[in-house]
Structure formats: C-alpha cells, structure tokens
Design a protein around this ligand. Sequence first.
Ligand SMILES: C[S+](C)CC[C@H](N)C(=O)O
Ligand SMILES: N[C@@H](CCS)C(=O)O
Ligand SMILES: [Zn+2]
Length: 339
Amino acid sequence: MVSESKGTSSFMTDFIQQRGGFAVIDGGFATELERHGADLNDPLWSAKCLISSPHLVRRVHLDYLDAGANIIATASYQATIQGFEAKGFSTEEGEALLRKSVEIACEAREIYYDRCTKDSWDYVEGGGSTRRPVLVAASVGSYGAYLADGSEYSGEYGDSVSLETLKDFHRRRVQILAKSGADIIAFETIPNKVEAKAYAELLEEEGIDIPAWFSFNSKDGINVVSGDSILECASIADSCKRVVAVGINCTAPRFIHGLVLSIRKVTDKPVIVYPNSGETYDAEIKQWVESSGVRDEDFVSYVGKWREAGASLFGGCCRTTPNTIREISKVLSNKSSQP
Ligand SMILES: C[S+](C)CC[C@H](N)C(=O)O
Ligand SMILES: N[C@@H](CCS)C(=O)O
Ligand SMILES: [Zn+2]
C-alpha cells in the first residue's frame, strides 16, 4: 500500500491527523475469542483459531470494528511457521495460514464497510459521503510468545538466543506478512532490546515496504520486562525509518503514563498505547489471574491523561473487550469535540 519511504514515514501521522488527532486500536483479541467459546490452551494460543475456527476470528474482528476500532490486529501474534510445523503442517501450509490471518481481517473490514454503506452509518465530510477507514495490522509476537511459556513477560531467552537467531526466526514470517495485503506490521509485546534490534535490522535488510509499529511491555513502568531501558528500546524504534509508531502494550494501565513520558523523550513518532487489564498471566494454566480490580471504566478514565502525555493511538490488550474500545472511542470523540 505504501511503497516509498517518504510515504512510509508520514503514513501514521497522516492517518492520525485525518482521524482528528487520534486513532483507536482494537482490544484483547484472544480474550474476545475466549468469550465466544474458544479454548486457547494450545502452543499456538490465539493462532489456533486460524485452523479450528476462522469464522470466530472474523467475528472478533467485526466485534472490534463495531465497537469503533480504526485499526484491527490479525490473529498472527502466536502464528509462526515453526509453530505450525510442530503441529505437522508443511512450510507452505504454515505460510498459507499466516496469509489467511490477514485475509480474514481484510474480509471482516469489507463486511464492515458494506454494512456501513447499507445501514448509512457512514459520515459526511466535505459534502461527499465516506466511511471510517480501517487499517489491518499484521501482528507479530515475540520469540517468547512462540515458546508458549509466558516468556514474553520475562524477555529472558538465554545466551543461546542471539540477535542472528532472532532474525532468522522471524525472517520468513515478516516477509510473508509484508506481502499479505496488510497495511502495517504490528510488532507487539516486545520484551527486550535484542528483539527490537532484530526487527529493525530485518525491516532494513529485507527491504520491507510496508510500515511497522514497535510496542514494548513493562512490569515496572520504568524498563521493559527484561530490565532493558525503555529509552534504549524506543530509540531503536526511532532510528528505524520503517517504524511509524512506538509504544507500550500488554502492560498494567497504572504504568502507562510514565512510560509515554519516557518514550516521548526519545522520539517524535506517534506513541501507541494498548494496555492489558492489569491482571497477571499464568502460562502454566494459560489463564489470567490475580485481578487488580481494574474495570473497563477505570481503564478508560486514564486515556485523557495518556493523550496529554503525548500518546495518539489507543486501544486495549489482553483481558480488554469491545466494551473497553467502545468507551475509549467515546471518551476520545467527546474530548475532540470540546472547544
Ligand atoms: C500475550 S500472552 C497471554 C500469550 C500466550 C502465551 N505466549 C502462551 O502461549 O502461553
Ligand atoms: N494481540 C495478541 C495479544 C498480544 S499480548 C492476541 O490477543 O492475540
Ligand atoms: Zn496482551
């Protein structure tokens, strides 16, 4: 969609500007799959549904579009060729499943557009009728996500996993997703500096011609989960010309404000935030535990502050729902219409 580097660099700022200064991302994808009855106790986690229930994947995308999302992320967070091969699929079949994750999201977008037109939900701008544009973001989870042991929340891969190992691990998936019809690649829940570096080098070496966002996770509001400095991590993202937004996801809401301020110190690129509910993930049982009592409403009440701190893309991650996204959309639209 965007092939020139100039086009890539202004891709997200233009999108945000056209939307009125902010954009809304979707919420917990796996969470909504589970709400519809999916059992994600599997090494592929949410990506299992690409095989077992693609109709549910499409349904979840539509739930988030109906809730007001401007950007939907594909079911490929834990979809890797290596993971599919471990299930007995061929390399070609694994590659096809990756493409399918984007195809389903694009289908959902078409259904949504079609409904908007038929139901006249579209809005009128400059006299002509138009519809809310939606971006499809191809999700790429970390090597730790593939390990399926929750190590995207520690970022500790051991000494045997080098920068080159990580680049080789992600290379083919990134190549496939870049040519899949997605508008942007969402590198999410990045737990450490070396993986950010691997992504940045891959984007460059492979001449990836669609934009990307880098989103890190933190459990103390100061560093990313591995203990690496958020400033260093965000600087890697800032230096990579394909990266059009930098931020934080799958992190407790109470840490977001400080992290946005830190990221702002090292980049002028749009800042993206999509926190989780504040609960903790138990990888043994693949369940979220220890509710901190953060409710959708509490979460949403922080959004204005995050915007003041310099963020412009907002959504939710694990354990957030279409309700969260509906509330975020409402809060932001109300703020924008205020004098
Ligand atoms: C973002 S976490 C909740 C994803 C699931 C994890 N990688 C696992 O497989 O247990
Ligand atoms: N977007 C992912 C989770 C990232 S932590 C999913 O829900 O599949
Ligand atoms: Zn998450």
